[in-house]
Design a protein around this ligand. Structure first.
Ligand code: GLU
Length: 451
């Protein structure tokens, strides 16, 4: 039998990373089992779902690199893949449940009301236990005495999740239901429904919650960072890195090797390696993971990825590609995510940068004026300020001031760095000077000398 797994989101708003986490696990298990991955849009909450939210969902799934075998966009033999279009199928189940006495209209099972204007309730057993066999948690037992008869169809005739999703799962031949831990509490309803209909149960997999570092459930907005997919995109996390990181929230690769590509996931992913304990969303770990993926890119490719982030903030320069590639080479080691380039490359763009207190101090030291005026004089002879030329000028200044004044390298280099970047630390000076070019370097020194 071919394994069939579905991701069944409700498109009610912006896409949260928790949703995508579920999708990634569904995808991975379907691929590991060499089965089908299906997208079903659960749009029965007509008041809350929007076409825009559906579009965002598909964008997010595509962005993170998932592919699916059946869904509203690609079709398939178990369609339609939009829940609201499956109403006739739900209706058949509703009628069967009511006709066979597994469910009743109104509030009183002893005196069922008429279907018109009354909710349909599922009859739950009064005694004994309902047992959920969860593939990663084992047996979870529910005491039947505590279970109320739940509404499964609203008085308006609209089926609720319990009825619609279970019917669809059954009709679509779903073999493994992968969903969030928050569905465990209502699982007895689902099990009872399967039993009442005489359907074979799927394998149940309730994924553990993801918590923030304070141990709370992830909200859309959180002091630690935004958890919407649009937040991760805006910060410049790479899709392959986020995909990889999300998998580590609940799954452990075989040999402890945490950086795994999609192909390795297909090979290695196994239900037995899933964990039932909640995982913590760790931004430092995500940043680390993102660096692993950033580092794989050539300067050219990385420059291409950085360009939109830089262009959004710094529009005053024409960003010539070759120049941007050189800038990328200088700043890349300091980046966790693409958006970090905005701060890391500030010196290359803004001529009226702020001057840090350390840099102020360097510019007011006794070496500043002699060093900067000598540098201006040296640069005057230069035609093209490339890195090698800048390097040899800097070495010359250093040796000469050491000999004549006994100054340490910092007495020479700090004022220069302060003058051209406003900072006392950063990438190698010669690289900075080459990226700025002769005119901008001279301009910045002239500004500093006027301070
Ligand atoms: N539509 C439900 C949700 O988005 C799906 C839950 C499930 O996978 O069954 O939460």
């Amino acid at each position: 039998m071919v394994a069939r797994l579905r991701f069944a989101p409700s498109p009610t708003g912006p896409v949260h990373v928790g949703n995508v986490h579920t999708a990634v696990f569904c995808w991975a298990l379907s691929r590991a089992l060499k089965g089908d991955f299906i997208i079903r849009i659960e749009d029965t909450d007509t008041e809350r779902n929007t076409a825009e939210a559906t579009r965002l969902l598909f964008d997010a799934l595509t962005w993170i690199g998932l592919d699916w075998d059946e869904g509203p966009d690609v079709g398939g033999e178990f369609g339609p893949y939009v829940q609201s279009q499956r109403r006739p199928l739900h209706q058949r189940v509703i009628e069967q449940l009511a006709d066979e006495g597994h469910a009743y209209y109104g509030d009183d099972p002893a005196h069922p009301a008429s279907p018109a204007g009354n909710p349909l309730r599922l009859k739950m057993p009064q005694t004994g236990e309902t047992i959920l066999h969860d593939a990663i948690r084992g047996e979870i037992r529910f005491d039947n005495g505590r279970l109320q008869d739940p509404v499964i169809v609203r008085s308006s005739g609209e089926p609720l999740y319990h009825l619609a999703a279970m019917t669809d799962d059954h009709d679509m031949g779903i073999t493994h239901v992968v969903r969030g831990e928050d569905f465990i509490s209502t699982a007895p309803i689902h099990l009872q429904l399967y039993r009442a209909m005489g359907w074979a149960e799927p394998v149940w997999i309730h994924l553990p919650l993801i918590l923030n570092r304070q141990g709370q459930k992830l909200k859309k907005r959180d002091p630690e960072g935004g958890y919407l997919m649009s937040d991760f995109q805006a910060a410049g996390y790479l899709p392959a890195a986020l995909f990889n990181y999300l998998l580590l929230l609940g799954w452990m690769p075989d040999n402890g090797q945490e950086v795994v590509d999609k192909w390795e996931v297909r090979q290695q992913f196994r239900l037995e390696r899933l964990s039932a304990s909640p995982s913590t969303f760790d931004w430092d770990k995500l940043n680390w993971m993102n660096r692993q993926y950033l580092q794989r890119h050539s300067n050219e490719k990385l420059a291409e990825l950085l360009r939109p982030f830089l262009e959004e903030v710094y529009d005053e320069l024409p960003m010539q590609n070759e120049w941007l590639v050189r800038l990328t080479a200088v700043i890349r080691d300091g980046l966790n995510k693409l958006e970090d380039a905005v701060a890391a490359a500030e010196w290359a763009f803004a001529d009226n940068f702020a001057i840090s207190p350390g840099a102020q101090e360097a510019l007011h030291g006794e070496s500043a004026h002699p060093v900067l005026t000598r540098l201006v004089a040296e640069l005057a002879h230069v035609v093209l300020l490339d890195e090698a030329t800048a390097q040899s000028i800097l070495q010359g200044l250093r040796n000469s001031f050491k000999e004549s004044e006994g100054w340490k390298p910092t007495a020479v280099f700090h004022p220069i760095r302060a003058a051209i970047t406003g900072q006392t630390g950063g990438p190698p000076l010669a690289e900075i000077m080459a990226i700025l070019g002769k005119n901008r370097t001279l301009q910045r020194i002239a500004n500093a000398l006027r301070l």
